[in-house]
Design a protein around this ligand. Structure first.
Ligand code: SAH
Length: 346
């Protein structure tokens, strides 16, 4: 960055750190001028903010992919219903229990049950699984991420003891939302779901992909402003990664640098939010996971799915699910974290 350019960009970064929100045009400027130098500046500030909130501790959440059946046809997602190239599976109650017990034994105290909108895993079935988990391991938190469900369904899940819910808004701009989703999926409904989850007392997480086809800097600015209005407890952002068998299979992946910039911007906006360094980031680049942490993320979600289904939850191609990405690899993850001065919060 040249001097005069740095002057105004640096002033914007200072303003963001101070006021925790910018005007739309200011976000657009940061996003469209994203450079390595800017990423370093924002990361350094964001890392300090994360450390003030969480010390040098990283929270682990065990991610269990309970089903890859889905009734939806999201155009970016490898699990879209029309993708015949996917071998479908769904976990049974016993399998879910067994994997959560395993996660508990290796020290994890949050289980994230994620899956497609599987008509067989009904709201009441999910609620009953949650109840069993909470009865058996009351000191563990259960997070759900099973898409758009009815208000009544969410209520059952909450009453069964589910603590948190992740539902990325995907795109704050309704026109962009329409271009990346099939006819019949409603932007309004997705946003309503988020407000309903919050109203029911879930700790709620939202977020979006970076570099999904058709997304502009203005769209991302709108995402940041939506997140500012919504004030979530958790925020997930990861790069878009092309998935075989989808209309976007030949599109380019999202940018590592822009994803890191956005993690940093979100950390400056939300000093206390839980922000994961996502699997998509780790898939995009071998240093992705650690760079996400150095940019202000404070959560890692090791994969605790049964080994035999791990390759099948193929929301995008080449998804990292082994080594430091999974439950069995926690010691590898711990070593990697130690190499950048972090440790796992136990
Ligand atoms: N059915 C659930 C879980 C979806 S998977 C739901 O609708 O919330 C979790 C997240 O993965 C999605 O919200 C989406 O943002 C992300 N995702 C899906 N396809 C992706 C792709 N091709 N590249 C990167 N991220 C993707």
């Amino acid at each position: 960055m040249g001097e005069p350019e740095c002057h105004s960009i640096c002033a914007l970064i200072e303003k963001l750190a101070r006021e925790r929100v910018l005007a739309k045009e200011e976000y657009v400027r940061l996003i469209s001028e994203c450079s390595e130098d800017m990423v370093h500046k924002v990361s350094a500030k964001a890392k300090k903010v994360a450390e003030a909130s969480f010390g040098n501790k990283i929270l682990l959440r065990g991610l269990l992919e309970i089903s890859n059946h889905c009734r939806n046809g999201c155009r970016y997602c490898g699990l879209r219903c029309s993708n015949a190239g996917v071998e479908r599976y769904r976990m049974s109650r016993e399998q879910i229990l067994e994997r959560c017990r395993y996660a508990y034994r290796i020290g994890l105290r949050t289980f994230v049950l994620q899956g497609g909108e599987d008509a067989v895993q009904t709201d009441s079935w999910i609620a009953s699984v949650v109840k069993t988990l909470k009865d058996e391991m009351p000191d563990a938190a259960v997070t759900l991420s099973v898409g758009e469900r009815s208000a009544e369904g969410y209520r059952m899940m909450r009453e069964a003891g589910a603590d948190r819910y992740l539902l990325r808004h995907e795109a704050a701009d309704a026109a962009l939302y329409g271009r990346i989703h099939p006819v019949g999926m409603s932007h309004t409904h997705r946003i309503e779901c988020l407000y309903e989850l919050k109203r029911l007392g879930f700790q709620t997480g939202t977020g979006f992909m970076v570099g999904v086809p058709f997304q502009t800097a203005e769209n991302i600015a709108d995402d940041l402003l939506f997140i500012h209005r919504f004030q979530p407890d958790m925020i997930g952002v990861g790069p878009f990664i092309a998935a075989r068998g989808t209309p976007f299979e030949n599109e380019s992946n999202g940018s590592l640098e822009l994803t890191l910039l956005l993690i940093g911007i979100l950390r400056l906006m939300f000093p206390k939010a839980h922000i994961p360094s996502t699997t998509a980031l780790a898939t995009l680049s071998p240093e992705g996971r650690l760079r996400g942490i150095l940019a202000g993320a404070n959560v890692v979600m090791p994969n605790i799915s049964p080994v035999e289904v791990r390759g099948k939850y193929s929301i995008y191609d080449g998804k990292a699910a082994f080594g430091a990405e999974c439950g069995e690899g926690i010691s590898v993850l711990k070593k990697q974290l130690a190499s950048i001065g972090y440790s796992v919060d136990e």
